[in-house]
Ligand binder design. Structure first.
Ligand code: M6R
Length: 586
């Protein structure tokens, strides 16, 4: 993963640092910046989130050329030596890289044989060491021919007056303003500076100065430049008085629902839905990673209720290896908050090659996944900053509900209005009591049946990613086929039960756990008598709403449970260890 930015103009330190803040969702293991002025470099590097580098930087109002990087470690430990920018052997050329160089070991061996020394272990440093004394477009061509894999590169030298770049399979954009130019992994870095930007395609490379941009295609031909207008805002979302983004984002779910209701009654969105309806298909695939995959499972649940065709949900990283029956009759729906997840993008390309119709559901209309789709359905969740996805999951499920209703010819506005009034965030004090209890355990299991099992999967992912408590989710009927062997008095089991018809079976499975010493916690919308209540150490009551929305109603409180438990364990819920918000490597 990682985010890169390069800039030419006045106040480079300020603009690059602000860019790093905007790119931090791509990784926060370390950050670095190199500024070229008067034929010399000044470099800053720091471990941890980007705030850590701020104190080191000497901010200047003068003109300068600079590059910066925020890292999510793939090759090599999190230390200063592996922190970008990396340098050529003589230190005259500096480079930042996002992506993975697949043949870096082979190249490194060759370079070591030639006497080159390496400071760190990254694949990116190998690219830097492929450069010699000078930097011109021929050097970019030469190096590009040697490296295999994914890359977005920004490269400067001590003497040049421009930034060189190259792109393959990692996003890269150039913002063009008056007397300034910015290159970055995400066009949000341009907001506030320029409204014009170029989206680079795979295999393009070139250079830009304040006055001129030259882009070459894979055949080394100059590409004509057609800038696009930035049609989105970078809304700096502060925490609005909340201690963390995650809790603020959970509470934004109602607002997100309002946005979706408003947008999904407009002509523009209805036209998109009509176009999807006009496609001929006899199979639907819902594809995503992590939480987006879970949203796909909810979508599959909705669609199976309504349509008598095959509907599959797939983990994006597995799609290419499953011999799926994808052809022109397949409607392939890709779900991604960021719209940049490499596994999802790669599955999309695979389905496109197989002839599938490509729909995306994203929270970033300018993203790679949105651009590669035939039709993009936005989720209008606003920026989601916490790594743990909460309001985006909520929004993805709502959009999948709308799509199902539209394809079926059913009204979706009225039910959503009702749901808006019934949304239940629960009682913080009640959830806090439970989180205090859970935070002392090192394993927590979740069980559920039917759609409650999907909520169990999502709740378990949320809990483990920010609390670091080991957690698994199981269909409640599956326990006795193996998992029950793990149950003892040290494992709290969270039972999710919102479906009246399945309740008695789920209850029986809970008693099987209780009989083996497991501690039971119940999240339910059902009315239960005192005799049943006695079996549970905690019961969290969820307000009933239309059955399609019960998974959303229950997840709000389970998201909060993960949040408060992470806090109780002294973790930063917004920036869990080892993770990044956007996963741009396969
Ligand atoms: O941006 P995407 O929705 O494609 O991201 C997919 C997953 O990486 C993401 O949902 C991840 O599982 C979250 N951190 C879960 O909270």
């Amino acid at each position: 993963m990682c985010g890169i930015i390069g800039y030419i103009g006045i106040k480079p330190e300020e603009i690059l640092y602000q860019g790093l803040e905007r790119l931090e969702y791509r990784g926060y293991d370390s950050s670095g910046m190199t500024i070229q002025r008067d034929n010399d470099f000044v470099t800053y590097k720091s471990i941890g989130d980007v705030k850590k580098i701020k104190n080191q930087i000497v901010f200047k109002d003068e003109f300068g050329i600079g590059i910066a990087h925020t890292r999510w470690a793939t090759h090599g430990k999190i230390n200063i030596n592996n922190c970008h920018p990396h340098f050529s052997s003589n230190g005259n050329i500096a480079l930042v890289h996002n992506g993975i160089i697949e043949n870096y070991e082979e190249l490194k061996e060759q370079l070591i044989k030639k006497g080159k020394k390496f400071e760190g272990e990254t694949d990116s440093e190998v690219i830097a060491k492929l450069f010699e004394n000078k930097l011109d477009i021929n050097d970019i061509r030469r190096v590009k021919k040697k490296i295999k894999g994914s890359y977005a590169l920004a490269i400067i030298s001590k003497t040049s007056n421009c930034i060189y770049f190259a792109k393959n399979k990692s996003p890269l954009y150039i913002g063009i303003g008056e007397n300034l130019a910015i290159i970055a992994s995400d066009p949000t870095c341009f907001v506030g500076y320029t409204d014009n930007y170029i989206t680079l395609d795979d295999n393009q490379y070139g250079r830009f100065s304040q006055k001129e941009i030259v882009i070459y295609d894979k055949d080394d031909k100059i590409v004509s430049i057609k800038p696009t207008k930035l049609d989105f805002k970078y809304l700096y979302e502060d925490r609005a008085g909340y201690e963390h983004y995650m809790i603020k984002e959970i509470y934004q779910s109602r607002l997100v629902l309002e946005n979706i209701i408003e947008k999904y009654r407009t002509f523009e969105i209805k036209e998109k839905l009509k176009q999807i309806k006009s496609f001929e298909f006899d199979r639907i695939y819902l594809i995503g990673c992590g939480t987006a995959y879970h949203a796909g499972l909810i979508g599959q649940h909705y669609m199976r209720e309504e349509f008598n065709i095959d509907i599959f949900s797939e983990i994006a990283s597995e799609v290419k290896y499953k011999n799926l029956n994808i052809d022109e009759k397949s409607l392939c729906i890709f779900i991604s908050q960021s719209g940049e997840t490499a596994d999802t993008l790669s599955a999309l390309e695979y389905c496109r090659e197989k002839g599938g119709k490509i729909i995306s559901i994203t929270n970033a209309e300018h993203s790679s996944i949105s651009r590669h789709a035939d039709i993009n359905l936005p989720i209008y969740a606003g920026q989601e900053k916490a790594v743990a996805s909460t309001k985006a999951y909520f929004a993805q499920c709502i959009v999948l509900y709308i799509l199902t209703c539209f394809l079926k010819g059913k009204d979706y506005i009225t039910p959503l209005y009702y749901f808006k009034r019934q949304i239940d965030f629960g009682d913080d004090n009640e959830i806090k009591l439970l989180s205090e209890y859970l935070s002392k355990y090192d394993k927590v299991f979740f069980i559920g049946r039917g759609v409650d099992y999907i909520s169990a999967l999502e709740a378990s992912l949320k809990l483990k990613e920010i609390t670091y408590i080991f957690s698994t989710a199981q269909p409640s009927g599956e326990l006795k086929h193996g998992i029950i062997a793990l149950i003892d008095e040290n494992i709290p089991v969270i039972v999710i039960a919102t479906d009246e018809e399945l309740f008695s079976k789920t209850l029986n499975n809970s008693y099987e756990i209780k009989a083996r010493g497991g501690k039971l916690i119940l999240f339910t919308s059902l009315n239960i008598d005192n005799e049943i209540k006695e079996n549970f150490s905690y019961i969290i009551k969820i307000n009933k709403t239309q059955k399609e929305f019960m998974p959303l109603q229950v997840i709000l409180q389970l998201q909060k449970l993960a949040y408060f438990t992470a806090k109780d364990r002294g973790n930063d819920p917004d920036m869990p260890r080892n993770l990044a918000k956007s996963v741009t490597v396969e």
